[in-house]
Design a protein around this ligand. Structure first.
Ligand code: LLP
Length: 433
């Protein structure tokens, strides 16, 4: 459930109309609902009552400080995958002791920053990474709290680009090698091996892959303990899917997911860590965009809006479905017709939705792309020299801009033309003439 609802025919984010935000902040704009973030966190925590895992919000889903801060205030930790995300989590108030550092390619500098901050766990994904971490820890005179990320060779049955737990994926250490790798880890100075981790993919709409992976993890913990390793932490990753609208089937409820956790690893006597991203923030955000033109093409009608694939790349990159609704509800008596909602970027992939049944819209109308709280603003780029979109957070009747709109001045200010460039141009021109 989220807090984006129509009242008197106008779409609201909590108590504020989308139209009011667009009028004040302009479009395109991302709008987040704080109450929705809080609700999602509570639902997840309640599902796990009695187990009380450390819920480390996967910052990559939405790294806005106000979003992280909202979750941190409820007791969330953070799962970070870069030095930048580490700084974001700390800046938003997540205690270092609740931060897990994941990722397949951490640099030595990032490892040092994590150790200096005092993160609770570093999830290591290869033997060379272990060796570098050992050297970094020794140079700082510290011991690195390590979990080995296992690749359990389980197909998550999700989009190929976001499945991570099959043998052929770049993630984790092949589960059959866990025994040898953990022995190597235990022998390295500066490494405190204390846990096992896995993450098999994102937007999972079935529970069976989780069950298979968690059973494998349980067996591994038993085996590693028999080898003499003190394993007290078990990180189950993220990945639980969310509903995106009419084109997807039902997704498992957090309570059903928690049941799978209970049944598989509930009795293992480890501190459990979860790394949910999308589940917490996905339906807590929308992208608000304005119609620029309605163009009657030869075979289709195009609704051209001011947001584009650089602002929200999921439809272009994964063929993802996002519901698109008007900010002012259409009269139900008016017939809808199929239109393509497209952005201004010069690629046909810049399409938010094809054949969407919308009541007629006109230039100036506001459309709202739903479920844009996760992997949306965080994946934005400045392609086509388009400035980054601002972000707004709503809480009840209040709203605040929580990231300013980027400026073209800023884009240009970060670039320079080398002094010798004009000389080369002169030579080239000379050669041609
Ligand atoms: N933990 C690790 C180690 C991860 O790699 C991820 C996501 C998560 C947790 C959080 O997964 P979630 O609960 O959000 O499913 N850009 C893609 C999704 C990429 C997910 C990458 N890893 C998308 O827009 O669908």
């Amino acid at each position: 459930m989220d807090h984006f609802t129509y009242r008197d025919g106008r779409l609201h984010a909590e108590e504020v109309t989308i139209a009011a935000i667009a009028a004040e902040v302009g479009t395109p704009v991302y709008v987040y609902s704080r109450a929705t973030l809080q609700r999602h966190f509570h639902v997840l925590r309640e599902a796990f009552q009695g187990i009380d895992p450390l819920i480390c919000y996967a910052v990559k889903a939405n790294a806005n400080l106000a979003v992280i801060h909202t979750l941190a205030a409820l007791g969330a930790g953070a799962d970070v995958v870069s030095g930048g995300e580490l700084r974001s989590a700390l800046a938003a108030g997540v205690p270092a002791g609740r931060i897990v550092f994941s990722g397949v390619g951490k640099t030595a500098d990032e490892m040092a920053a994590a150790l200096q901050a005092g993160v609770c766990q570093i999830n290591v994904e290869s033997v060379p990474e272990l060796e570098v971490l050992s050297a970094v820890a020794m140079s700082l005179g510290r011991s690195a709290p390590v979990a080995i990320r296992i690749n359990p060779d389980v197909d998550a049955n999700t989009h190929a680009k976001i499945t991570t737990g099959r043998r052929e994926d770049k993630f984790g250490i092949e589960w059959t090698a866990a025994h040898a790798v953990c022995a190597a880890a235990a022998a390295l100075p500066g490494i405190d091996l204390r846990g096992v981790a896995c993450h098999i993919g994102s937007q999972l709409t079935g529970l069976e892959p989780f069950r298979q992976a968690f059973m494998r993890l349980r067996d591994l913990v038993v085996m590693l303990r028999a080898d003499g390793h003190a394993i007290h932490s078990l990180d189950l990753g993220g990945g639980l899917g969310i509903p995106y609208g009419c084109e997807d089937g039902p997704v498992p409820a957090p309570a059903a997911y928690a049941e799978v956790v209970r049944e598989t690893v509930g009795a293992i006597e480890c501190r459990l860590i979860l790394e949910p991203g999308r589940l917490l923030v996905g339906n807590a955000g929308v992208l608000v965009t304005r119609v620029l033109y309605v163009k009657e093409g030869a075979t289709r009608t195009f609704v051209i809006v001011d947001a584009a694939m650089n602002d929200l790349i999921r439809p272009a990159l994964y063929g993802a479905f996002h519901a698109i609704v008007p900010a002012i509800a259409a009269d139900p008596a008016v017939e809808t017709r199929p239109v393509d909602v497209v952005g201004p970027v010069c690629e046909s992939s810049d399409t938010f939705g094809r054949d969407r049944a919308l009541a007629p819209v006109a230039a100036g109308d506001l459309l709202v792309v739903r479920t844009a709280g996760a992997y949306a603003a965080t994946m934005a780029s400045t392609y086509n020299a388009r400035a980054l979109v601002p972000e707004v957070m709503v809480s009840g009747e209040r709203f605040a801009v929580v990231r300013d709109r980027g400026t073209i001045d800023d884009l240009l200010a970060r670039q320079r033309i080398p002094t010798w460039s004009s000389d080369d141009a002169a030579v080239t021109v000379g050669a041609v003439t």
